[in-house]
Design a protein around this ligand. Structure first.
Ligand code: GTB
Length: 214
């Protein structure tokens, strides 16, 4: 059965690919799996029908064969376990790739989210100018550590995996801050991932949705 994912009817980023359905689209493209997309408005996301699928009223979700999933980590992991291409066969290498998925979502993404939220929604606060460098420093610490671990390797642990997919999508959120450019190895890592045909297809698909005439 072809899976159906949900995505913003129109993403606030206007098609920059930062909304999290792009991660799921990218994984499906890497795995060569066809998918359908159901677009939802901000209002519809909080209606009972969508809340039944996603307890926090968000996108993306994935429905397939009677299974409904939410959380991009769970969705991408499920897809990568079902189809070859995003997780190594070797048990230990597979476990390390999953560690990178968790690292992306629970160690690298939170400080990036804090920073991007502060830049977007806290500009008018009297403490904004003081808080911003603190949040930037937290992000820099993670980027330094990640860059040191990546070194001159192409991907985080051997072949491109779901760990890289998740990490790159998390890092993309930093592009507008300029912080990524302070770490040339990470900037090159992100550019390598963006050049992958599967990413290009996923990006183009979400762009088409987010730039279509109203
Ligand atoms: N932890 C969840 C996951 O990984 O699936 C987080 C899901 C999530 O945050 N979904 C967001 C959502 O549905 C969309 S992606 N928000 C609506 C709501 O909560 O009511 C977050 C996002 C939104 C917009 C941009 N942007 O415009 O740049 C980037 C990312």
């Amino acid at each position: 059965m072809t899976p159906t994912i949900t995505a913003f009817e129109r993403s606030p980023d206007g098609g920059k690919g930062l909304a999290r359905d792009t991660r799921v689209r990218w994984a499906l493209e890497e795995l060569g799996q066809a998918y359908e997309v159901r677009l939802v408005s901000f209002g519809a996301m909080k209606e009972p029908a969508h809340m039944a699928l996603h307890p926090f009223g968000q996108i993306p979700t994935l429905q397939e064969d009677g299974l409904a999933l939410f959380e991009t980590g769970a969705i991408v992991l499920h897809l990568a376990q079902q189809h070859p291409g995003l997780l190594p066969e070797d048990t230990q290498a597979r476990a390390r790739a999953v560690s990178w998925m968790f690292a992306a979502l629970s160690t690298v993404e939170p400080p990036i989210l804090e920073l991007t939220m502060a830049r977007l929604f806290e500009r008018d606060k009297p403490w904004h100018a003081e808080r911003l460098p603190i949040l930037e420093a937290r992000v820099r610490t993670r980027l330094e550590q990640l860059s040191a671990r990546l070194g001159d390797a192409e991907w985080l642990d051997g072949a491109f995996s779901a760990g890289d997919l998740m990490m790159v999508h998390v890092l993309l959120r930093l592009r507008s801050t300029g912080l990524l450019d302070e770490f040339p190895r990470l900037a090159a890592y992100v550019a390598r991932a963006e050049a992958r045909p599967a990413y290009q297809r996923a990006f183009a698909a979400q762009l088409a949705v987010n730039t279509r005439p109203a």
